[in-house]
Design a protein around this ligand. Structure first.
Ligand code: GLU
Length: 292
């Protein structure tokens, strides 16, 4: 069955960019006789707030969206993430890391990049790479040793054909994971933070499978991490969804909307008299699926 999801983080009010993503996913689920699901990505317990979660429900209702119950909350799923992390540890591809606090801090959120395809966080230099999991101190992060992952799949020369498909308007095509690119562009990425036991990458692939998501509609600014997600899906033996990375909604200066752009929050727009219809119009979405 065609299943789409919208997966906001309750760390601020939704804006027009979120509305675009949610409406697109919802419309596609209707077009294909499928289901639209909602996941609240509230793993960052410092920045996530209940009032933002309630506002997400209100905004989505005002947009005319309905989703299948139950809503999935990531904060309730840490047991599943820990089990999955243990699988990776058992494969011998993880090591503890006590460096680059910023990088580790960022690992909890989706890495939204202004510059879509090419921009990725700096590749980790590998200072802690030779450390063993048994040496892990409290609150350290865990990284994936990309070289070991590639060896696990038979090495660079025998690396299997791992493909994924994107049907979005920005980078449509079928892509193959290239071991050299995994090392050069992704490197030893953070898979878990000591305090939370999870990273964005881990939670998202485990949850998309758990929710039986067949199509992932989200902004093209997260396209750059799709190979990591595809790789994790292979390591865990999960189903492979189809991605639909769509255009990014920007402000008048061409900057990606972010939660700090309060002026463009849906909440502000409702207050100014905008409606479901005017929001769709401004986003260039057709009105045929519009419910008032
Ligand atoms: N929670 C992420 C965000 O709000 C969504 C990530 C995703 O769709 O994979 O940016």
């Amino acid at each position: 069955m065609h299943r789409e999801r919208f997966a906001p983080s309750p760390t601020g009010y939704l804006h027009l960019g979120h509305a675009y993503s949610a409406l697109l996913a919802w419309e596609r689920s209707l077009d294909y006789g499928g289901e639209f699901c909602l996941r609240i990505e509230d793993l960052d317990f410092i920045r996530s707030r209940k009032e933002f979660t309630s506002a997400i429900f209100d905004d989505l209702h005002q947009l005319g969206l309905e989703w299948v119950e139950p809503v999935v909350y990531q904060s309730m799923r840490t047991g599943a993430y820990k089990q999955s992390l243990q699988k990776l540890i058992n494969l011998g591809i993880c090591y503890p890391c006590k460096c680059s606090r910023k990088d580790i801090q960022l690992a909890i959120e989706a890495p939204h990049n202004q510059n879509t395809k090419a921009t990725l966080p700096q590749i980790y230099q590998g200072t802690c790479r030779d450390r063993k999991m048994s040496e892990m101190g409290s609150n350290e992060a865990i990284r994936i040793n990309m070289g070991k992952v590639i060896d696990l799949f038979g090495g660079v020369s025998r690396f299997p054909k791992l493909e994924f498909q994107d049907i979005g308007d920005q980078f449509p095509g079928t892509y193959s994971l290239e071991p050299e690119a995994l090392i050069d562009y992704h490197g030893d990425f953070v898979i878990a933070r000591g305090d939370l036991g999870v990273s964005y990458h881990l939670a998202v692939v485990i949850d998309d499978d758990y929710m039986r998501i067949s199509h992932i509609t989200r902004g093209a600014d997260i396209f750059s991490v799709a190979p990591i997600h595809r790789l994790l899906q292979e390591l865990f033996g999960l189903r492979i969804p189809i991605w639909n990375h769509h255009k990014i909604i920007c402000d008048s200066k061409g900057k990606r909307l972010a939660k700090r752009h309060n002026a463009m929050s849906l909440r502000t727009l409702w207050g100014k008299g905008w409606t479901n219809v005017s929001i769709r119009e401004s986003l260039g979405l057709n009105q045929s699926n519009c419910q008032n």
